[in-house]
Design a protein around this ligand. Sequence first.
Ligand code: PGA
Ligand code: ZN
Length: 429
Amino acid sequence: MSSKIKTVHGRRVWDSRGRPTVEVDVHLDCGNFGRAIAPAGASTGSAEAVDKRDGGTIFGGYDVTGAINAVNGVIGSTLAGMEVTEQGQIDQAMIDLDGTPNKNRLGGNALVATSMAVAHAAAAAENLPLWQYLANPHETPFLPLPEIQIFGGGAHAGRRVDVQDFMVIAVGADSYAQSLEWTADVYRFAGQLMSDAGLMQGVADEGGYWPAFSSNDQALEFLVRAIEAAGFVAGQDVAISLDIAATDFGSNGRYHLSADDKEVDSDGLSEMLLGWLQRYPIVAIEDPLGEDDADAMARFTAAAGDKIEIVADDFICTSAQRIASAKSINACNTALIKPNQAGTLSESKAALEASRAAGWQALVSARSGESEDTTIVHLAVGWGVKQLKVGSFARSERMAKWNEGLRIAETLGQDGGRLAPRSSFPWAK
Ligand code: PGA
Ligand code: ZN
């Protein structure tokens, strides 16, 4: 069914950190509409699309009136009259309008919210849920395996520990619903252990506990204890996944570990992580080294990539081009796909396809600044991505996404949600 864009309307709404962000409504001639909200990162890679923020003193410089003016002005007038199902043409029109490599003229926040709202409007015009509109009708859909934060650190928690995300993956779960049930128990027991040990400080940006750990190792030990306290076999039922986010605490091959109060070089950091792989049931490590440390990433992947997922986030920034060059040196084996790092859905999909061409695994990921928007869950299911990372098992901007997965599973008529096939993961071999 042909349906043209009638109007594009941007407004300021507020994200999970209480900061302004961009919401976009795309209205169609046929009467349908789509809506999406831009997320925002804190530990951002330098090659990401950048958010357009007003600067100055209002709301700490985070206001987005410039980005909203771009949506209501030049973006809206260009997109009006375009066929809503032509996502590629629409995204390209916005890329051309912006004209910069990192979207700083109109703003990655303006572009990503518009791009996602266009997809929602197109799905509404076709009377389909977004995941189904995006899906290949010849493939049986499955739910992504959740990767869920239990402890937060790094830039999201005042640098109490260096590692940004201590997460779990319910590798042994039979269904999407069961993976959430298991994680709910681990999260609850982790909280109880923290309180009992007098370590509880609060909750980090993505909803994970923010305990007063004295070292990264202590956090890992508590995580194993929480998995076991919840009645699971660590590594077999529920395994550990880490986002080191090393770009945040080092560059030029030097890394400052504040929890351990020492500085290490690339090999020192790699050895520390390889040591953790010996001692803890870890199945994935994201950004083990800094975004500028390509050779060390490749050495680390050569050492551990056959056993675990080496996930690149800041290192590839959801860019098909950066993924191709990372592949040429085998710097990792898994791509994190964050639509707002790319700026449009078409570029995010191109990055996913590049990672598939490389023979890698992929995760769709939220950001540390989020909202009630659940687009990424639909992207994961629709694009057939096997894993999903949206932060912890608390706070409604996170739970909105986990819960949307449950609803999708139900509409699929799958009892709890058929999970992504796991045989191709390095840790499952
Ligand atoms: P960010 O954190 O959204 O602050 O970048 C998430 C991540 O590093 O994966
Ligand atoms: Zn990351």
